[in-house]
Design a binder for this molecule. Structure first.
Ligand code: GLY
Length: 559
């Protein structure tokens, strides 16, 4: 943002009058707010705040409630990342990403000819990474928790017993996965019955698991009865996760990625997520340009974002992996000179083909899963959490006795350098499989400060599209002065270097613009949705405004 205010306001009026987008503000609240993928989870989070709990207590309660009510992505069988900013300005990040089991190996998904065995890293027990969610939750509780653990866990246990009303979107998702559930699970699972919108699903076995974990702590999941049952189940399904793998699992506090963009400070997730580094690279590549001189989602705006995204995703593939295993040249990757050089061949006159940046064309398989929630409490603490099973319902393997799905996060490793994963992302050897290593992620839980004050907390599901969804939402608010609600609900586009295609949301961009993009030389394809962003904006008067993405069942609750 580089121009004078009068011009900006005039321009804004022109943009507003030209666009046919939601303009209304989202829910506002004075004290605290939770925005998540399910109303039940947001309500449970808010109830914790109302009881005097802080954002970290609400994080745990919301996370568990999502594990009950949003089982395609909310989980205790997966992992995630949290970025936080305390009221005093202190920031930090927690990594509870899954890990490769001890007996994992670089070539475990390759056949004798060295080809990737289709589906092995995607479905069934071999696809599972050692789950991190319960370790993450207890790490948060030990460091920041303020209410008794029973107060925080009980609402999710009650919800699991009482049941969750299935929404239209959930019912459609379950139906579209029925064939995979049948294929992967030896016995019929709860989700295989005919499930329609309005039905109530109860999860007594999940309630029992959560109850045991509440009473006995983290060790119940990693060393106790739950651990033994889980390992037996995985073994019975020909998986390789052992009791030793569970015993060794630890969540890790990391320094978040922090950088400035105009008068903003962006705080985002560091490796093993690529989210923060890519966000920093892209925002720094576009910062020298007068972004708000361009109309929102105009041809030139799309060009500049796409070209920066292309360059950043190419770097992602080569350089990023688990920092406990590989040395990441982070300072160089986000250095001013390096990024200027990276954009030196950018031109508004012609695109840069991806194969001039690096190698060949690949196919893409996609999933929209993962889930994000944002919380601001009455004390001024803010958190951004993105958690995942990877694909929708993860490995599709459901442990009926314990009541939860297991992730297929192993697919986020590069099974074979140069071959794409389910998001079409190509990995280099920095992200090769090694025992105990964390697979590279795109999750981008992000907090933004403006003039040293909390400004936004946001994030999204969507695999590789997470990074570009978070980016565009921040720019919508900062460069185009949108409300949070409008920012999250505006149309989005995505480019990830390979395949060399701009993905755009259907019916969101006019045909003239699409034609212009094609004439310019871009390959266009459609994808719905591109991210499902949940965020909270702190307005200048201190009031919180929610952005709950209409692409999902996402709901904000405040008080
Ligand atoms: N499994 C999606 C991600 O971590 O980016």
């Amino acid at each position: 943002m580089k121009r004078n205010l009068v011009f900006s306001l005039t321009f804004l009026l022109i943009i507003s009058s030209c666009t046919n987008k939601p303009v209304e503000e989202g829910l506002t609240a004075k004290n605290g707010m939770v925005v998540s993928a399910r109303e039940e989870a947001s309500k449970i989070g808010i109830e914790i705040l109302k009881k005097g709990g802080n954002a970290f207590d609400a994080m745990i309660a919301t996370d568990l409630a999502l594990a009950v009510s949003h089982q395609s992505a909310g989980n205790i069988g997966g992992g995630g990342f949290m970025v936080y900013r305390k009221a005093n300005g202190e920031t930090g990040a927690l990594d509870y990403r899954e890990k490769a089991p001890l007996s994992a190996s670089k070539d475990m998904y390759l056949d004798k000819q060295g080809n990737v065995i289709k589906g092995l890293s995607l479905a069934g027990a071999m696809a599972i990474g050692v789950p991190g969610t319960i370790a993450g939750i207890f790490e948060v509780y030990e460091k920041f928790g303020s209410l008794p653990i029973e107060t925080i866990f009980q609402p999710a246990i009650d919800l699991a017993n009482k049941g969750v009303v299935v929404t239209t979107k959930q019912s459609a998702k379950i139906k579209s996965h029925l064939k995979y559930f049948k294929l992967v699970n030896k016995e019929e699972i709860l989700f295989q019955e005919e499930i329609n919108a309005g039905d109530t699903l109860r999860f007594p076995n999940l309630a029992n698991t959560l109850d045991r974990v509440m009473k006995k702590g983290k060790d119940e999941f990693y060393k106790g009865e739950t651990a033994r049952k889980l390992v037996d189940f995985i073994k019975d399904n020909n998986g390789i996760i052992s009791l030793k793998d569970l015993e060794l699992y630890e969540a890790v506090w990391r320094d978040p990625v922090e950088f400035e963009y105009d008068n903003l400070k962006v705080i985002s997730m560091s490796p093993p997520s690529s989210g923060g580094v890519c966000l920093e690279q892209i925002m720094k590549m576009i910062e020298p340009y007068d972004i708000n001189d361009l109309a929102h989602n105009s041809l030139d705006y799309i060009k500049i974002l796409v070209e920066a995204e292309r360059r950043s995703f190419a770097d992602r593939s080569y350089y990023l992996g688990d920092p406990d295993f590989v040395s990441i040249p982070k300072e160089q990757l986000v250095g001013k000179e390096y990024l200027l050089e990276r954009m030196s061949n950018f031109s508004f006159d012609s695109p840069t083909p991806s194969n001039e940046i690096s190698y060949g064309n690949v196919e893409i398989l996609e999933s929209d899963e993962t889930t994000h929630y944002s919380i601001v409490d009455q004390f001024g603490n803010a958190i951004a959490v993105t958690t995942t099973l990877n694909g929708s319902y993860g490995s599709q393997l459901y442990c009926s006795e314990l009541g939860f799905f297991l992730n297929n996060e192993m697919d986020d490793f590069s099974s074979k350098p140069g071959s794409p994963n389910m998001f079409g992302l190509i990995g280099g050897s920095a992200n090769k499989i090694e025992p105990q290593k964390r697979m590279l992620s795109s999750m981008t839980p992000t907090i933004v400060e403006k003039e040293n004050k909390l400004f936004m907390t946001l994030g999204s599901p969507g695999g590789s599209r997470i990074i570009t969804s978070v980016l565009q939402t921040i720019l919508n608010v900062h460069e185009f002065n949108m409300s949070m609600n409008r920012a999250v609900n505006s149309a989005r586009f995505h480019h990830q270097w390979m395949p060399d295609i701009i993905k755009i949301e259907q019916n969101s961009f006019n045909s003239k613009l699409i034609q212009e993009l094609k004439l310019f030389g871009y390959n266009i394809d459609y994808k719905d949705p591109i991210g499902i962003v949940d965020g909270i904006l702190v307005k200048p008067n201190g009031i919180l405004e929610a952005g709950a993405d209409k692409r999902g069942d996402d709901t904000a609750v405040g008080f």
